[in-house]
Design a binder for this molecule. Structure first.
Ligand SMILES: C[S@@+](CC[C@H](N)C(=O)[O-])C[C@H]1O[C@@H](n2cnc3c(N)ncnc32)[C@H](O)[C@@H]1O
Length: 269
């Protein structure tokens, strides 16, 4: 039998708090489960989608409208983003200009602004201060993560991978409950404990509870990764836990950020 050609894993142009780019290996075997349709209700920076083999159908969702605009622009207008990336040089003045700029309805403008803050803010956090602070007194300056060649290479490669992807900005419940054949749901919600500090769109305890109920009742194969804390263990008391230890990607070198994460899945391997 002819074996399917393996695609090279790609890196997202976005830095993302809680990104799974460094720990993809840990759930490789779940992503390798045969599926016709792949869905991510909480796609964030897309590290998992860009790092895995592509499925026939792909649905990427995030309630944060900036993420939808960014992924759509990478898919449909990668050259526009690359031109902008090459045209500007990050500075505190430009950063302040974008901060005070009115929110635009244009996907293109929103996408570039989102990328700009993602690559110039501390840890890629949208609402954080610029790397090096407003006074730029640190050795790390605002433009230290703005490598135009690297960014454009990633944008162009990721654009091809997104070609047939359905990109939406819905609530997770719409993505989980939509019918489908041979679906794999990769579920990476905001952390229960730290989520509200990291993302402009986070989830309340009630929303986490609702997610747990939808996953308990779904017929789709799912794989969930979430922080390990007593509240989460209680919500998922119907499931088998697969505990993991790794460093949170935010401030990943600091010892106090050793995170305990749980894998929860209905896939039998
Ligand atoms: C942990 S991050 C995803 C990280 C991503 N897997 C990565 O590796 O880059 C969680 C994402 O959930 C999104 N989110 C928060 N509440 C949501 C909701 N109710 N429905 C869909 N997405 C939501 C946030 O905007 C955030 O991007």
């Amino acid at each position: 039998m002819k074996r399917k050609k393996q695609e090279k894993p790609l890196r997202s142009p976005l830095r993302f708090p809680g990104s799974k780019s460094k720990v993809l290996k840990k759930f490789e075997k779940y992503l390798a489960v045969e599926h016709t349709e792949y869905r991510e209700p909480f796609v964030g920076g897309g590290a998992i989608f860009f790092g895995k083999q592509i499925a026939k159908y792909n649905w990427l969702n995030d309630k944060d409208i900036n993420i939808k605009s960014f992924l759509k622009t990478v898919r449909d207008n990668p050259n526009y983003l690359c031109e902008m990336v090459r045209k500007i040089k990050p500075s505190v003045e430009l950063w302040q200009y974008y901060r005070t700029q009115e929110i635009s309805n244009s996907d293109l403008i929103r996408a570039f602004r989102f990328l700009f803050f993602n690559r110039t803010n501390y840890s890629g956090i949208y609402n954080a201060n610029p790397i090096g602070g407003l006074k730029q007194l640190s050795d790390w300056k605002i433009d230290c993560r703005w490598n135009a060649d690297m960014l454009c290479k990633r944008i162009l490669e990721c654009s091809k991978k997104l070609r047939n992807a359905n990109i939406t900005s819905l609530d997770f419940s719409d993505v989980i409950t939509a019918p489908g054949e041979n679906v794999l749901l990769m579920v990476d919600p905001p952390y229960y404990e730290k989520g509200s500090r990291l993302y402009p769109v986070s989830m309340s305890p009630n929303e986490h509870q609702h997610l747990a109920e939808l996953l308990r009742d779904t017929n789709h194969n799912f794989f969930l990764t979430i922080d390990d804390c007593p509240e989460v263990r209680e919500m998922y008391n119907w499931a088998n836990f697969i505990p993991q230890n790794w460093y949170y990607t935010v401030n990943s070198k600091k010892k106090d950020n050793v995170g305990k994460e749980l894998f929860i899945t209905n896939i039998n391997i």
